[in-house]
Design a protein around this ligand. Sequence first.
Ligand SMILES: [Zn+2]
Length: 110
Amino acid sequence: MKKFTQHLQMKLQRIKKAMGDFDLAAPGTIRTIYMKCGKATCSCQKNKKDRHGPYNLWDRKVNGRPTSKMISQNQFKQMSQWIEQRKRLEKLVAQAIVISQQIALEEFET
Ligand SMILES: [Zn+2]
């Protein structure tokens, strides 16, 4: 193994370690909304501050289609952590792929 490759292997090792153990890695995003109701006489129809809510939504794609699911405040907090976890892992995987490519090119160049 080449010296440069060894250095890259160590970098890859660090990335693998950084991935570590994790609970869930959830797709999508979350948001909080306030909505108008169906009643024509309700003050929410005129005043933005009278809109109902907050409602927490988890947005993601299911079979390529944008999908929203209403979730509780506790689920919102939990989902926020799972989404952060997924973002963290995606960054690490992207780095691992770049380094893997560098290692493969080094290894094949003999
Ligand atoms: Zn209303």
